[in-house]
Design a protein around this ligand. Structure first.
Ligand code: SPV
Ligand code: MG
Length: 543
């Protein structure tokens, strides 16, 4: 019954105290050691004050505050199914502090607490034990009663530990105290001893005559066979500090050897493999939970059209590289776009290269070459990457610079076709001829030009005459899986057109709309630019 994991930890610990058989309770001091002890099959754990303090790097003198202890035992309870009996030292104050402590332990899933009849701040029983003052019996009994009255779960266990033998007050005093604590409501008694022989403990057990459950901590009289205690119907033996002490030489030897050898190669095979660390942390459960609860990450891809050298105005800058490799603040347009897309979970990045194609070598970027780049347009370039048109896909110009949120809005859009547009059509520097732009006509131009908004496309063209247009295309087309297939089919069909090599992406957009496809338009204000001149390049830093 004690190991029935459907029962509350409190109920399991209580049952363990009541059985005829001798049980073994293992020390643990953090979540990891609690899990290890629990896996080893111990039906309950002793959250040792000594070990918790040592693991925290402090002394067993109440140097760790009671709230810090609470934090530790909460990790332990979360990590291990076995019920936890906390070494509560002296109860962290008087009756009032103790009853509050009991309530808090219950909320953290702790099954029981043991308090000892010493004075706060206590010292470990094996350090100058004979010099340690004991609490007044009445005061300690009041503390036990307050704890029992405070517990909300009737099965929560409170163990009273007498230090009468440790302090050298003798058997009669140990018996007197144990009886007083039993009468005050303690669920079990611990009589502690620092002797290497069990005689005084056995004398206690014989006189006690099993009138109430007893637990022992045979740290010093460890050579006594457990059978001796089983015969006297001791409820449980607590192995008080052994996992902590097992870890110490392992850590010390590994640390010394690594320092000495200036390498970890020598110790590697003596260490737990990382896989064991992950197993103990429960990674497998998380992995399974992710499959259940996390939406599958969308398989996003992008095709970047990066074949152009750029207009004549840029030629002094693009002698060696295509336009997409021009740098703004030291980073190429292509890298910046790819980095942003990668940060937005776009896994498959493709680019169509043309002019100086061999200079596009970014790792992880799949390159398609448009060998006829000098005589063809954007659509012909896209057709070179037709086989990459699979699943949701973003088609992007390689010469744009835009803020990441703009990409995010499009990538998150599940419409078959979604594009980004700027309500402000970029001007042309004074004294130069008006440059043709990718212009859009929209169903309804929003009232404000400073708010991001959403509308739909009516028509599109590359034109130097802005009249009748509502916005400029930002050079980004997000297609759903279905949209991508439609684009692929459209490209197949378009290849037969006599003007195929001259087609621009806006022609594709216009044709989609003409065929009744809805092209959703996200309107932005600024937050992007294309590079068409050294003037644009200089201004791009501001973005
Ligand atoms: C502890 O483990 O912290 C104990 C047992 O209280 S002993 O160290 O033996 O006092
Ligand atoms: Mg202790």
């Amino acid at each position: 019954m004690a190991s029935d994991s459907t029962l509350r930890p409190t109920t399991r610990l209580r049952a363990l105290l009541g059985t005829e058989q001798l049980d073994f309770i293992m020390e643990a001091h953090d979540g990891l050691s609690a899990r290890i002890a629990s896996e080893a099959g111990f039906p309950a754990l002793w959250a040792s004050g000594l070990s918790i303090a040592a693991a925290l790097g402090v002394r067993d003198n109440n140097e760790a505050s009671w709230t810090q202890v609470l934090e530790v035992v909460e990790f332990m309870a979360d990590a291990a199914p076995a019920p936890i009996l906390l070494d509560g030292d002296t109860g962290h104050g008087n009756f009032n502090n103790f009853r509050r402590f009991v309530r808090k332990l219950e909320t953290r899933g702790i099954a029981g607490v043991c308090i000892e009849d010493k004075i706060f701040p206590k010292t470990n029983s094996f350090l100058r034990g004979a010099a340690q003052p004991l609490a007044a019996v009445d005061e300690f009994c009041g503390k036990l009663k307050a704890g029992k009255d405070a517990q909300r779960d009737g099965d929560f266990v409170i163990v009273a530990r007498t230090e009468a033998l440790i302090a050298g007050w003798g058997l009669a005093e140990a018996l007197r105290r144990a009886e007083a604590y039993r009468a005050a409501g303690a669920d079990a008694i611990i009589v502690h001893s620092a002797k290497s022989r069990p005689d005084e403990v056995l004398a206690f057990l014989d006189a006690w005559a099993n009138r109430h459950p007893v637990l022992l901590i045979p740290t010093k009289y460890y050579t006594t066979p457990a059978e001796v205690f089983a015969q006297r119907r001791v409820a449980a033996l607590i192995w008080g500090n052994h996992l902590l002490r097992a870890a110490l030489p392992a850590m010390q030897q590994a640390a010394a050897r690594i320092a000495r050898e200036r390498s970890v190669a020598g110790v590697e095979e003596t260490l737990a493999p990382l896989a064991e660390v992950f197993r103990l942390q429960g990674d497998e459960e998380l992995h399974a939970a992710e499959a259940r609860y996390l939406a599958a990450a969308p398989q996003r891809s992008a095709i970047i059209l990066a074949a152009t050298r750029g207009s004549g105005a840029l030629h002094p800058l693009t002698t060696e590289v295509p336009k997409t490799l021009l740098r703004v603040d030291g980073v190429t347009l292509l890298d910046r776009l790819c980095d942003n897309l990668a940060a937005l979970n776009v896994r498959q990045l493709n680019a169509v290269a043309g002019y100086r194609a061999e200079t596009i070598t970014r790792t992880g970027l799949r390159r398609f070459d448009n060998l006829a780049w000098a005589a063809t347009g954007e659509v012909a370039s896209l057709a070179c990457a037709a086989e990459a048109l699979e699943g949701p896909c973003l088609i992007a110009f390689g010469d744009i610079l835009c803020r990441r949120h703009l990409l995010q809005v499009l990538l998150d859009d599940e419409a078959d076709f979604a594009i980004a547009a700027d309500r402000r059509i970029r001007g042309t520097p004074v004294g130069t001829a008006a440059q043709p732009r990718d212009l859009l006509r929209l169903t309804a131009a929003p009232a404000h030009d400073f708010l991001d908004a959403e509308t739909a496309l009516v028509g599109a063209a590359n034109s130097a005459d802005f009249a009748g247009y509502d916005a400029e295309w930002i050079g980004l087309l997000q297609c759903s899986a279905r949209g991508t297939q439609l684009v692929r089919a459209w490209l197949e069909e378009a290849r037969a057109r006599p003007d195929f090599n001259r087609l621009a992406m806006v022609d594709l957009l216009a044709d989609l709309v003409a065929r009744g496809q809805r092209v959703k338009v996200h309107l932005f204000s600024g937050d992007w630019t294309t590079i068409e001149s050294a003037y644009d390049l200089a201004g791009a830093s501001n973005l």
